[in-house]
Design a protein around this ligand. Structure first.
Ligand SMILES: C[S@@+](CC[C@H](N)C(=O)[O-])C[C@H]1O[C@@H](n2cnc3c(N)ncnc32)[C@H](O)[C@@H]1O
Length: 333
């Protein structure tokens, strides 16, 4: 149980400093590292730390540690919702857009997020031509077959989201009338095109450049979708799961193939990873919150064998466990 925060005077002092309100406003919009938060505020990191300490002490922040990185987001745990600070915040939050700095904070936040995305895009643009050697290495391929088995063989419109060079797409193309391949990297889409066109056997192929949290796909356009090894690249995987729900027809399924949490810090630089794997329970919760039913976690025997690109590294990387989460859009939805 978290102790209740101090008296009214302390609580008012906490919210009386506009920088702290701006921080809370930004962290309500997006999870950010301390450096990103400082950039979004247009301030030095050293000026932000003290405010963060006070907000943390007041239980207004949630921290997520991943390897060496710490990410912050606004978080009022349920056990403190009776707390004075939490109650004051629930009144004040609606006023945040009236702060004079709000518009420029949000503009800088968008720039911070755009830089993050551009980093990921340019990473994959750079490695696209060698990705088949470094990034597609599964021990026996069973995971791919399992993913494909979850989408049905009738005239369907399927999508591979974050298709990369088309590893999963290549097993879907024979199952559908149209396959939509989405990726934020133009170079990866080009690699996928080279792989898929020769094996399409009459299936229509579409290559659409776009982000998983803002899919270039219409509502209800798909009869099924897969997203393999991509959610761990996103800031908030739940945003992508909500988008999958939006673009799927009633009764159709989404299947995610993901890495279990791991400690291979080097994969951030050498494989462009943002999260070091994802907890399957969090992915299942994201499915449930997005409105999928029968959301299930399935173990797969396959493992992912990452390859190091760094020539100086003699250490072989361990094979990493994988899992599937799948869910169905309710039939009457
Ligand atoms: C690790 S590769 C996986 C590719 C493929 N699905 C597979 O299983 O081999 C991740 C892919 O996701 C793409 N990607 C990363 N972040 C993305 C985003 N926010 N939106 C769309 N694609 C993204 C990358 O460009 C890359 O092609």
């Amino acid at each position: 149980m978290i102790a209740p925060t101090a008296h009214l005077g302390a609580a008012l002092r906490l919210f009386g400093e506009p920088t702290r309100l701006r921080i809370l406003g930004l962290l309500e919009l997006s999870e950010l590292s301390v450096g990103e938060l400082a950039d979004a505020l247009g301030m030095q990191q050293s000026r932000v730390s003290n405010h963060l300490r006070l907000l943390r002490d007041a239980h207004l922040l949630q921290e997520r540690h991943e390897g060496r990185a710490t990410y912050l987001r606004l978080g009022v745990p349920e056990e403190v919702t009776d707390d004075l600070v939490a109650r004051l915040w629930s009144t004040l939050r609606a006023e945040i857009p009236t702060l004079p700095e709000f518009t420029s904070d949000v503009a800088r936040l968008h720039a911070v997020i755009a830089r993050r995305r551009a980093r990921s895009r340019s990473f994959f643009d750079r490695v696209a031509s060698e990705w088949e050697k470094i990034g597609v290495d599964f021990e026996h391929g069973e995971a791919r077959e399992r993913v494909a088995a979850h989408v049905f063989a009738r005239p369907l419109v399927l999508a591979d989201l974050g298709c990369g060079t088309g590893y999963l797409a290549s097993s879907l193309v024979g199952l559908c009338a149209k396959l939509v391949c989405v990726d934020s990297s133009a170079a990866m889409l080009e690699e996928a095109r080279k792989k898929l066109e020769p094996i399409a056997r009459g299936a229509a192929l579409e290559f659409r450049r776009g982000e998983l949290d803002e899919l270039p796909i219409a509502d209800d356009e798909l009869d099924g979708c897969v997203a393999g090894m991509v959610l761990h690249h996103l800031d908030d995987p739940a945003d992508a799961v909500r988008e999958m729900r939006r673009v799927l027809k009633p009764g159709s399924s989404a299947v995610v193939l993901e890495l279990a949490p791991h400690k291979e810090e080097w994969m951030r630089d050498e494989q462009g990873d943002h999260h070091l794997g994802l907890d399957p329970r969090d992915v299942r919760i994201a499915f449930e919150r997005a409105g999928f039913v029968d959301a299930r976690i399935e173990a797969v025997e396959d493992r992912y064998q990452p390859k190091r690109r760094e020539p100086a590294s003699s250490e072989a990387a361990p094979a990493l466990p994988l899992y599937i989460v799948r869910g169905r859009v309710p039939s009457g939805a």
